[in-house]
Write a new protein. Structure first.
Length: 209
């Protein structure tokens, strides 16, 4: 993806294209996403860097699950952070969580790329990402995604999955692990992990209606 002129306004972030390899040390519940995004809207570059360090690895996982290419996923995440930077002022905390908004920006960029290439978009993946991005929002902001009832429904649907399958789905769509990484983490054959995730996505789609 070509880099636009906005890149020059991103300071150190524009040149730090390599993404965090692991999840951040700071727990989500102690990280103030809304305040950090509002700081971005005020033009504070370090706020964008903090968001990048906090969520870059997970957003890469979201993009990679859709486009199935790590290099392309990195480009999408880079462009997503440019969009987050330039669009931070339009974010309304009353309409949704900041973290959920960041996931949505990334997901839509990935889906738009797939459509522009004439590639089929898996509906169950799209819906699962919507649901799990909401689940991945901080607990105090969970009602801002689409309301408390929606958040509760996501949890109920996930609870209906067998524990191993639930862990696979959360590792894939919230934590951003690849299927191979999940296989290693859970000491489960790769083929089994893939089958569990596929069946679980179908079950989640049916449960979410």
């Amino acid at each position: 993806m070509p880099r636009g002129p906005v890149q020059s306004r991103l300071g150190c972030f524009a040149h730090a294209h390599s993404l965090p390899a692991t999840a951040p040390l700071l727990p989500e519940l102690t990280f103030d996403y809304d305040a950090t995004l509002l700081a971005c809207a005020r033009g504070e570059r370090q706020a964008l860097q903090r968001l990048y360090e906090q969520e870059g690895a997970r957003l890469l996982g979201v993009a990679r699950q859709l486009v199935r290419d790590t290099g392309l996923a990195e480009d999408i995440v880079h462009d997503a952070f440019i969009k987050i930077w330039t669009g931070a002022g339009s974010f309304d905390p009353h309409r949704g969580s900041a973290r959920g908004w960041m996931f949505s920006v990334t997901r839509h960029l990935a889906l738009n790329y797939l459509r522009s290439q004439g590639r089929e978009v898996q509906v169950e993946d799209s819906q699962a990402l919507d649901a799990l991005a909401a689940l991945g929002s901080t607990h105090e902001d969970a009602d801002g995604w689409e309301g408390v009832m929606h958040a509760e429904r996501i949890h109920l649907c996930l609870e209906q999955l067998e524990p191993e399958r639930r862990r696979c789905v959360i590792h894939a769509y919230v934590d951003g692990y690849s299927h191979a990484e999940i296989s290693q983490k859970l000491a489960t054959p790769l083929g089994t992990v893939k089958a569990w995730i596929k069946r679980s996505l179908v079950a989640l789609r049916g449960c979410m209606g």
